[in-house]
Write a new protein. Structure first.
Lengths: 275, 286
């Protein structure tokens, strides 16, 4: 497949041209009892280059399914997805994927894991070394290059998992609730680090979460997906300044407004009224 | 406002606050005691055997450690035993790797191709139901009483164990590793050898190590059925003329063979699965 010339296409693309175009996509799943479940219905979404977009919705609303479709793990039931103007058929090697659990290759060291995606992209040796080192440093994993994943703490393997996807510079990075299973403190630290890395690299990120604060704190835009069938209910702009201070995100201008709008949508969604 | 961030960014995992906890230390005294008790038990058993032989039990039934030792010595000095051992070694040295590699390869292919698995799985399971040593006489008919019939039996016994373990590994393997690797642009033989085999390697090694004693069993059974040389032949012949000490000599040689092979396999396994075994001893607290 055409996994070549990623860098050139990135630099020739005008900034606002969508990297990902989701066009009227639906996804049906067959249930064991021969029925069908509509996981996603008529989803249309453009993700411009360099945007940090978060997708939020209640669990089971199909937000992970959307990522899997973009990654090409399975085809949409109808509609189509374009990645850099090419329809996604089969695995989409233009994206990087950060799964819910870290899923580092346990037989490789941190260094080898981070370099894994670079090997098949013919990075010259020096550039490869440099790139791996740079990301390891950015993620605060310096000194742990030779460690195996089983020797790392949850937060550390999560960092390694994220930079493994970032390091080979795919056009888009898909993150599927990467901070879900972490404790609140580690989570904040990692959100902060992710933003710092992103601010340096400005890679396009589609980040799925069920945490509303996280969704607002990280994003340029928040996509709200409703519960079954998953439809896009709204897309909220988050015009908060960057760099952002994750640790005091509540005090930052624009947070309250964006969060309030988001919560309003969810309140209706959850049917719990105003109290 | 964002200037004081560096203080708040308490990195949960820099080199300084990871403690490496290594097991060991206090175990040495206990380990020493265990060794002493073990030696006493084995020594006591051998001593009892030596005393019992000729006093309470006929020596031709149980021989004795001293007789076995002297038989071992004469056997090796005359060169007889070396020849028998060499023959058995050859049978295993050909049959075992061939069986292991084919078993692993087929297990891999079954794991990759659902169609192949669907067609052949019941057949393989049926074949596996055959007590394999029962097939040994057939191999003699097909391949003669020389080396190759024994290689055949060794192959057969090794093959199935490796096949089933590898195939199980292929089914248990976390598919997400493959998806992730493919997403990162890895395909073809690189996917096989850089992702799939490492992922299933614990299963593969289990197959190899459990099949080692069976490879030796295969060679011996083959030699029992029909042979003119080999350790199995030596044991059968010695038992036939009530040279019990020689029977024990043969058994000891086989035991050593299995232990040596297992140790070699263990060494390779430890190296290959370093990423796994290390986790048992070292734990990082961050």
């Amino acid at each position: 497949m055409a996994n070549t010339a990623i860098e050139t296409s990135q630099s020739t693309n005008p900034r606002n041209h969508p990297v990902i175009q989701v066009e009227n996509v639906s996804k049906l799943f067959r249930t064991p009892s021969e029925g069908t479940i509509s996981a996603l219905q008529s989803i249309s979404l453009n993700v411009p280059h360099g945007e940090f977009i978060t997708v939020v919705g209640p669990s089971g609303c199909g937000k992970s399914t959307l990522l899997k479709l973009i990654a090409g793990f399975s085809p949409p039931s109808s509609g189509r997805i374009l990645c850099q103007n090419e329809e996604v058929r089969g695995l989409n090697t233009k994206v990087g994927y950060v799964p819910q659990e870290s899923k580092l290759f346990p037989w490789l060291t941190v260094e080898q894991n981070v370099g894994f995606g670079l090997d098949s992209r013919r990075y010259p040796r020096e550039k490869r070394e440099h790139q791996v080192q740079q990301f390891i440093k950015l993620a605060g994993l310096a000194g742990f290059e030779k460690y195996y994943p089983a020797q790392l703490s949850g937060g550390m393997s999560k960092r390694a998992s994220i930079i493994r996807a970032l390091a080979y510079e795919p056009a888009v990075i898909l993150m599927d609730e990467p901070f879900g299973p972490l404790d609140a403190q580690t989570r904040m630290v990692l959100q902060d680090e992710l933003l710092k890395i992103w601010e340096q690299k400005r890679q396009t990120i589609v980040f799925v979460t069920h945490d509303l604060v996280e969704a607002v704190a990280l994003a340029d835009r928040v996509v709200v997906i409703t519960h079954r069938p998953g439809k896009i209910k709204d897309i909220i702009n988050v015009p908060m300044e960057r760099p952002r201070n994750i640790f005091e995100i509540h005090r930052q201008e624009g947070f309250d407004e964006a969060y309030g709008r988001l919560w309003n949508i969810f309140r209706h969604e959850l049917n719990i009224g105003t109290h | 406002m964002s200037k004081d961030m560096s203080e708040e960014t308490s990195r949960a995992g820099t080199a300084s606050d990871a403690r490496v906890v290594q097991s060991g230390g206090g175990l040495s005294i206990r380990g020493f005691g265990v060794t002493i008790i073990r030696v006493v038990i084995i020594g006591g058993f051998l001593l009892l055997w030596e005393i019992a032989s000729g006093r309470w039990i006929e020596p031709f039934l149980i021989s004795s450690p001293s007789r076995i030792l002297s038989s071992l010595f004469t056997g090796f000095t005359s060169g007889d035993l070396i020849q028998h051992t060499w023959v058995t070694f050859q049978e295993i040295a050909i049959g075992f790797p061939a069986g292991a590699i084919s078993g692993i390869a087929l297990g891999y292919w079954f794991g990759r191709s659902r169609l192949l698995a669907e067609i052949f799985e019941p057949i393989i399971i049926a074949l596996n139901g055959i007590p394999r040593t029962a097939v040994a006489p057939l191999f003699i008919v097909w391949l003669g009483i020389g080396l190759w019939s024994k290689v055949g039996v060794v192959f057969l016994l090794t093959f199935f164990l490796n096949f089933f373990n590898t195939y199980t590994g292929m089914r248990q393997m976390d598919r997400e590793y493959i998806d992730l690797a493919r997403l990162m642009g890895v395909k073809g033989w690189k996917l096989t050898f850089k992702v799939i085999f490492p992922a299933i390697s614990p299963y593969v090694f289990t197959g190899i190590r459990t099949s080692i004693p069976f490879a030796v069993i295969g060679a011996i059974v083959g030699e029992f059925v029909a042979a003119t040389e080999g350790v199995g032949f030596f044991i059968r012949m010695s038992a036939g003329i009530f040279k019990t000490a020689d029977v024990f000599v043969g058994i000891i040689i086989l035991m050593i063979m299995v232990i040596v092979m297992d140790r070699i396999a263990e060494m390779i396994e430890k190296r290959a699965l370093r990423w796994q075994t290390q986790t048992e001893h070292i734990q990082i607290q961050a």
